[in-house]
Design a protein around this ligand. Structure first.
Ligand code: PYC
Length: 316
């Protein structure tokens, strides 16, 4: 078997949601600003994205994180996040996975680290107990109480908010938020996303809303809320979703329901938790932070054989 490419990756999960960090063997994207390198990645090396995270090497649940040389000398890393269908602006669980992976490699220690992403630099703290706090990009509610008619499912009302990705946040879940209902939740949230798209409902600057979020009372009364988050593609976030929790806290802050510094405990469909809070930002925005824990699950070399028909991943 002739191997064309060998890629060193480290896998982890953050509160249940997997991250695959590409340590070496990735494409050369140059040294420019991260948005330019993302543009180069998507236009010239999209096959690398799909080869790393799609089946047979990955699955629709895996979020990839390509480690890059940072622009600023005081940054610990630069990273571009991606999944089975494309690229993510920011990724909260993924940033926690990246810090845990860098610590596993002995490249960083306990303390504060700047991590560059295409949508801005975030600060992340590796704590003594192994947990990580991510100070996410400024987040805000763009529109509130947007009503959308979803063919076959009725009408839903939600907020559109930015938390590093675009979210449509629906208070009224179509069924109880349980793992047993995950198929139904994926089905309805996908229909909502399609209806938003068909009706031209977008984020700012006509941005495509690719994440849909449902909420309910938490199962554990010590938590503040439970969520279900549809990710771009057809999978749901096993973690409480860092950018989704940021978007949620921005809406709560806007409604006067979350004071700066108050802890918000967001519970996922699996029952895992991110602990969040906000600081007041400028122009009505908030600076959210989320804290969670990741665990390294594997370290491997992904091999790409010359004659492998699925070397670039299976496209369904
Ligand atoms: O934690 O921000 C997040 C995230 C986005 C998509 C999957 N996880």
């Amino acid at each position: 078997m002739e191997i064309r490419q060998s890629v060193h990756v480290i896998d982890s999960h953050t509160e249940g949601e997997p991250t695959r960090v590409v340590i070496s063997g990735g494409p050369d994207l140059g040294d420019g600003p991260l948005p330019e390198r993302l543009q180069r990645f998507s236009s010239q090396f999209d096959h690398f994205r799909s080869g790393i995270v799609c089946e047979p090497r990955g699955s629709e649940v895996v979020v990839g994180a390509l480690l890059l040389k940072p622009v600023q000398p005081d940054s610990s890393a630069a990273v571009i996040f991606f999944n089975d269908v494309g690229y993510l602006g920011m990724c909260g669980h993924g940033t926690i996975g990246v810090l845990t992976t860098l610590a596993h490699l002995g490249r960083i220690g306990v303390g504060l680290h700047n991590i560059e992403t295409p949508v801005g630099t975030v600060q992340a703290t590796l704590h003594q107990d192994g947990s990580v706090t991510v100070e996410n990009v400024p987040s805000y509610r763009y529109r509130s109480k947007v009503e959308i008619d979803v063919p076959g499912y009725g009408s839903f009302t939600g907020d559109i908010a930015w938390g590093g990705n675009w979210f449509f946040l629906v208070e009224e879940a179509p069924c109880p938020l349980t793992t047993a209902n995950r198929g139904k939740l994926i089905e309805v949230s996908t229909a909502i996303r399609e209806a938003l798209h068909a009706n031209g409902v977008t984020g700012a600057d006509r941005a495509y809303i690719d994440h849909i979020e449902f909420f309910s009372e938490p199962e554990d009364e010590l938590n503040s809320s439970r969520n279900f988050v549809l990710c771009p593609g057809a999978s749901f976030d096993r973690s409480p979703c860092g950018t989704g929790t940021s978007a949620k806290m921005a809406c709560l802050y806007d409604d006067g329901k979350l004071a700066p510094g108050t802890i918000w405990k967001q519970e996922s469909l699996l029952g895992t938790v991110f602990q969040g809070s906000v600081r007041e930002g400028s122009d009505g925005q908030v600076n959210p932070s989320i804290r969670g824990h990741a665990w390294v699950t594997g370290e491997s070399r992904l091999l790409f054989a010359e004659d492998d028909p699925f070397s670039q991943g299976i496209k369904f």
